[in-house]
Design a protein around this ligand. Structure first.
Ligand code: AMP
Ligand code: GLY
Length: 436
């Protein structure tokens, strides 16, 4: 089978890595991919949001299955368009993709189906919103309704911070039209966990749990990022919590999809806050998590292609899905300055001296020629892997215990260098809450 993976981050590298293990998978293409993905797939220079370009490529190449990584392409309707031209695609359609592209759509869904979540109000008028600052007390959770690359949520500690955030999101429109509407939520305290689920419209099957570390600095300090590391399974999961999640969240969600005529097929990523009163939904995403995927897929024993086909054919209930007992820890190496501004093009060294069983998933990397590097190597034609984004690499290690996986991930992370490299030292430790 010919596969096309759309996207070019660590998540897409993990998907490509897992699909490449399937005996049924032949050529893998990735649009646009990155330097790591290029080692196992043919990267094509088409942006994930270039829906026409991707459709044309998929048709010309006779792609058998397109797997969509990023949410923007999904919310633009890439799956509808590929399906229309006869290309099988894995991911939710445009209508269902609203579960990530509109927070107010999801909050209304959760409320309608009595699924536990934070209380909320939504606003489209800045003055009305300003008159209501602090309605749920402080910290005040302020969310741009639309997609904002994971940056659209502000947890304001006081009135001044809340007004400043509202001015930026709705007044200055720093996230464009994503801030035309703002959702304000009750603040939830607890420990966060991510549950990624396979969904085929009739059946929802959770994957093994994972915990993401969203803040940039150790001990959950500093601004939010796309995710600085993950481990799987989450240490706070037990049978009781799993039952609560199944009964209070997963079952009402799939019934709600059916009642509302949402034929959701693909990955539903449920962001949860495990509070004293039980699990509550923070958000829905409609795709694999980044970097959750980098710690979850290495633990999947079943052929991912079989599961994806079962989802598309609505046969998920019959599909056996098996997980390994190993634990996984993924540490993200990021560019200096991230999640603020950072420089790109830093040469990465140490990638060839790692333990054999460690997996390096590339996020923001690209291959450059020696002559593109300023300095003494200007005429050199050899290739280098260089940084090309905020999150650069994910170092995933597996072990019999979390501690073994953690030690291995950190030992190997320490051997990789690029100018400005930064990473958290507490990934995989339980004393972490991802919200205050
Ligand atoms: P979201 O994009 O909705 O997942 O929000 C980003 C992050 O903001 C979450 O991962 C949480 O850490 C935090 N957050 C969002 N909503 C709430 C809430 N109601 N209470 C506390 N923290 C929240
Ligand atoms: N790791 C969070 C996300 O993928 O949205």
């Amino acid at each position: 089978m010919k596969i096309l993976i759309v996207g070019g981050g660590g998540r897409e590298h993990a998907i490509a890595w897992k699909l490449a293990k399937s005996p049924k998978v032949g050529e893998i293409y990735c649009a646009p991919g990155n330097a790591g993905i290029a080692e196992i797939a043919q990267c094509v220079d088409i942006k994930a949001e270039d829906i026409d370009g991707i459709c044309r490529f998929a048709k010309d190449k006779g792609i058998d299955l397109a797997v969509i990584g990023p949410e923007v392409a999904l919310s633009m309707g890439i799956v509808d368009e590929l399906t229309e031209i006869g290309v099988k695609a894995f991911g939710p359609n445009k209508k269902c993709a609203q579960l990530e592209s509109s927070k107010s759509f999801t909050k209304a869904f959760l409320a309608r189906h009595s699924i536990p979540t934070a209380g909320y109000r939504e606003f489209t008028d800045i003055e009305q919103l300003k008159a209501c600052v602090g309605i749920f007390g402080y910290p005040m959770v302020i969310k741009a309704d639309g997609l904002a690359a994971g940056k659209g949520v502000v947890i304001a500690e006081d009135e001044a911070a809340a007004i400043a955030a509202i001015d930026q999101i709705m007044g200055e429109r720093i996230f464009g039209t994503a801030g035309d509407k703002i959702v304000v939520e009750e603040f939830l305290s607890g420990i966060e966990a991510s549950v990624l689920c396979f969904v085929d419209g009739n059946t929802i099957v959770p994957m093994e749990s994972a915990q993401d570390y969203k803040r940039i600095f150790d001990g959950d300090k500093g601004p939010n990022t796309g995710g600085m590391g993950t481990y799987s399974p989450s240490l706070i999961f037990n049978e009781r919590l799993e039952r609560q999640i199944r009964e209070q969240i997963l079952e009402p969600t799939i019934k709600g999809f059916q009642k509302d005529g949402l034929n959701f097929k693909g990955i539903l990523f449920i962001g949860l806050m495990i509070t004293k009163e039980g699990p509550k939904v923070i958000e829905f995403n409609n795709r694999f998590g980044d970097p959750e995927t980098q710690s979850v897929l290495p633990r999947l024993k079943t052929d991912l292609l079989d599961i994806m086909n079962a989802v598309i054919e609505e046969k998920l209930a019959e599909q056996i899905i098996e997980w390994s007992d190993t634990k996984a820890v993924c540490v993200i190496l990021a560019s200096g300055g991230y999640p603020g501004s950072y420089e790109k093009g830093k040469i990465i060294s140490g990638l060839n001296d790692l333990d054999e069983d460690v997996i390096v998933f590339h996020s923001g990397t690209k291959l450059i020629k020696g002559h593109e590097v300023p300095g003494p190597s200007e005429s050199d034609e050899s290739s280098f892997i260089a940084t090309d984004g905020g999150r650069v690499l994910g170092i995933t290690a597996l072990g019999k215990t979390h501690e073994e996986a953690r030690k291995k991930a950190y030992k190997n992370a320490a051997g990789i260098y690029f100018e400005g490299v930064q990473y958290r030292k507490d990934i995989g430790l339980l004393n972490i809450k991802t919200a205050k």
